[in-house]
Design a binder for this molecule. Structure first.
Ligand code: 2P0
Length: 363
């Protein structure tokens, strides 16, 4: 090992995605595979991204990771270590040679040499971590995408990289593609390599759809998704019914609605699926509450708005936290924003619920 060895690097960013049909519950924790299909929209035009630089060098003596500028002790947490290893080793197994285009494509690093190098990964989020804004989805998608570039990796079947991102964080597999993306639960193959993401339509297909994110709180959530869904699988009867009976037919309907650009059907299914996901959280024992009173008031506002309009112009959806994502169409964007600002006037800090800030300041 020479301290002056070359450092190979690649920097990639990946956006978060917001699920319309929710992933909740693992069929295999070993392979991180889900009990049901899910479907999301990748927010490619938004600021909700993870930016990751991956580097490899024969001068590195161990693998290292920095998140938002702070080094993470990789081995102190067994789950973090397992996720990290699955991504690095998974992509490296697909590595290809790095060629020198300025020198007759001579091989600079061959497939075997990559395996002898340690990696250094530095990643930051452009949005709050772990507040239920799918930061792990963007994070692991950016990790896998940066490693793919670094190692000049290629897939041996479509969606192979998504099976690797899935082992970082389930929802991350959907962020590798733009537009509307389905994650097929798989399970026919023993190694779950059929549990992969698949693009339904790309980001140019439904151009006038809009996502509006209402940050109700950027605090760390109380119950992590992994722990929460483990408990739901163990205790909720409703979750079993949802996975076996409700989601399969909803997936078919929503895919059709997306192909038809049928906003009302799409919006209704999205709201109903968010509601059922939170119902399964309530059905978990002990129950998990992700939505708070502000979240619930946003639900009421959207239903009142749609009722007033005489048609469905907006949909809400909530993940493992109190923040709302509203879907609407470009024609209603200003109208909806005006409504949001009327009921949740901004006081300069961009929070829909300033009570929380006031309480913090008073404490
Ligand atoms: C989703 N969520 O489909 C759902 C909706 C939260 C609610 O995917 O354990 O962070 O890393 O596979 O991907 C959150 O779960 O969980 C999630 P792991 P992940 O977006």
């Amino acid at each position: 090992t020479s301290p002056s060895a070359v450092i190979h690097t690649a920097t990639v960013s990946a956006p978060t995605n917001i699920a319309c049909i929710k992933y909740w519950g693992k069929a295999s924790s070993q392979y991180n595979a889900p009990i049901n299909d899910s479907l999301s929209l990748t927010l490619d035009q938004s600021d909700l991204r993870a930016v990751t630089t991956a580097s490899a060098s024969s001068s590195f003596t161990q693998d290292k990771l920095w998140l938002n500028g702070k080094e993470v002790d990789l081995k102190s947490n067994a789950s973090t270590w397992k996720r990290f290893r699955a991504c690095v080793d998974g992509v490296r197994a697909c590595a290809g040679p790095k060629l020198d285009p300025h020198n007759n494509n001579t091989i600079l690093v061959d497939n075997e040499e990559w395996k002898s190098m340690h990696v250094h990964i530095a990643s930051y989020n452009t949005f709050p971590t772990a507040a239920g804004l799918a930061s792990s989805a963007a994070g692991y998608a950016a990790l896998v995408a940066s490693l793919v570039q670094l190692f000049h990796a290629t897939e041996s079947y479509p969606g192979q990289f998504s099976t690797i991102a899935r082992q970082g964080s389930g929802s991350a597999c959907r962020s590798l593609y733009g537009g509307f993306v389905a994650w097929r639960s798989g399970g026919k193959l023993a190694d779950w390599s059929d549990s992969r993401a698949e693009q339904i339509v790309d980001e140019h297909y439904w151009k006038d759809i809009r996502a509006l994110i209402l940050v109700v709180s950027d605090k760390q959530k109380d119950t992590s998704s992994t722990a929460g869904m483990e408990n739901s699988v163990a205790t909720s009867q409703l979750l079993k019914y949802r996975a076996s009976t409700v989601v399969p037919s909803r997936m078919e309907q929503i895919e059709q609605a997306i192909h038809d650009k049928d906003f009302e059907t799409f919006a209704k299914l999205t709201m109903m699926d968010s509601n059922q996901f939170h119902a399964t959280c309530m059905d978990t024992y002990p129950p998990i509450f992700y939505m708070n009173d502000v979240s619930k008031s946003i639900v009421s506002m959207i239903h009142a708005y749609n009722e007033w309009a005489g048609e469905i112009r907006a949909a809400y959806t909530f993940d493992a936290g109190p923040n709302a994502v509203l879907y609407t169409l470009e024609v209603y964007e200003v109208e909806l924003l005006a409504l949001v600002l009327r009921y949740y006037p901004e006081v300069g800090d961009g929070y829909v619920n300033n009570d929380e800030k006031r309480l913090e300041a008073a404490a």
